[in-house]
Design a protein around this ligand. Structure first.
Ligand SMILES: [Ca+2]
Ligand SMILES: [Ca+2]
Length: 331
């Protein structure tokens, strides 16, 4: 008997895996009303090689050096996501985080270490702070409970650390007998792009974000006059966070992948990682000092809400702009 050739074997495995995917529910809901959508396995081009000249045409009011500080987005490289996964359709909300705390007795780092978080204060003057932060903090009066502006239960929780996000994944995994975790950077970008190669899943034009995202618009810029020229011209209706799912989803059915709250990913950050990262299911560097967050926020200029843009903080950072979106592995 002749054994099948490697390519035939590969094809039949691929067919088997796509057959298995077809049998999975497209959406699921967990015990704290988080909705997840099935993101199929597949390949995509990760990263960006857009030139500074091209960026300058699209974002004429930005200083040119901003376009020359993006070496960590290059090179563009093909990535294979070998397994389907369920990704939260929305960022984790204030109500869902509250349910997690009530059921687990976990204490968020902003409260456990007594230093609090950051918050918006109309009277706060960045010039009087050592780092020139846009927000007041750290201060124990701010935490996930209060970022200094009003948030409803369906708004994305912010002022949560990477460690807080991991704690929530561990709790959900334990109580549901499933595997919850943060998406890797590759899974995040693959899910955000949803088949697109443009700067945003809405296209290359920053104005196209108005259909899909709550970002730094003229409404938000009223509170930070010195950055008005970077605001997207027009109003998305929200000066601070918006209820999760207020805008159009991408082709995978995911909401707020651009804007609203930055989303922690599993990966450590390294400027040079893309040059040598594995083609299949890259997991990020094995160690590092800072964790990557993705997608931009309600306070983020459109340029920094691009699908390929990477930013980072230490795992204990808590900030008014940073929240999370969880991934549940397929059984
Ligand atoms: Ca906005
Ligand atoms: Ca987001």
């Amino acid at each position: 008997m002749r054994l099948p050739t490697i390519s035939v074997l590969f094809l039949s495995l691929a067919a088997l895996s796509s057959y298995a995917e077809e049998q999975l529910p497209q959406t699921i809901q967990n015990r704290i009303d988080m909705q997840f959508v099935l993101v199929p396995a597949g390949e995509f081009l990760m990263g960006s090689d857009t030139s500074a000249d091209t960026f300058k045409q699209t974002y004429p009011q930005y200083e040119r050096k901003r376009f020359e500080e993006l070496s960590d987005e290059a090179p563009v490289h093909k990535v294979h996501i070998t397994r389907a996964f369920y990704l939260g359709q929305h960022e984790v909300t204030v109500a869902q985080f509250r349910q997690f705390l009530a059921a687990s007795a976990y204490q968020p780092e902003s409260e456990a270490d007594g230093t609090g978080g950051y918050g918006y204060n109309a009277d706060y003057d960045p010039k009087k702070s050592a780092r020139g932060d846009a927000f007041e903090g750290r201060n124990p009066k701010y935490s996930w409970r209060d970022p200094g502006f009003s948030q409803g239960d369906s708004h994305p929780v912010v002022n949560v650390t990477w460690n807080d996000a991991i704690a929530m994944c561990k709790w959900l995994s334990a109580v549901e007998g499933k595997r919850y975790r943060l998406p890797t950077e590759a899974e995040w970008e693959y899910a955000a792009r949803a088949g697109t190669r443009t700067q945003y899943y809405t296209g290359d034009d920053p104005q196209s974000l108005f259909a899909a995202a709550n970002i730094f618009d003229t409404h938000a810029a009223k509170n930070w006059e010195k950055w008005q020229s970077y605001a997207l011209a027009g109003s998305d209706g929200f000066a601070f966070t918006s209820p999760a799912g207020s805008f159009s989803p991408n082709a995978f059915g995911l909401y707020d992948m651009h804007g609203n709250a930055w989303e922690w990913t599993a990966d450590w950050h390294d400027d040079r990682y893309y040059a040598n990262s594995p083609a299949a299911d890259p997991q990020g560097p094995s160690s590092g000092d800072v964790k990557v967050r993705r997608g931009g926020s309600w306070h983020t200029w459109s340029f920094y809400a691009r699908s390929s843009y990477r930013n980072w903080n230490t795992p204990t950072t808590r900030y008014t702009l940073v929240g999370m979106r969880l991934l549940r592995e397929v059984d």
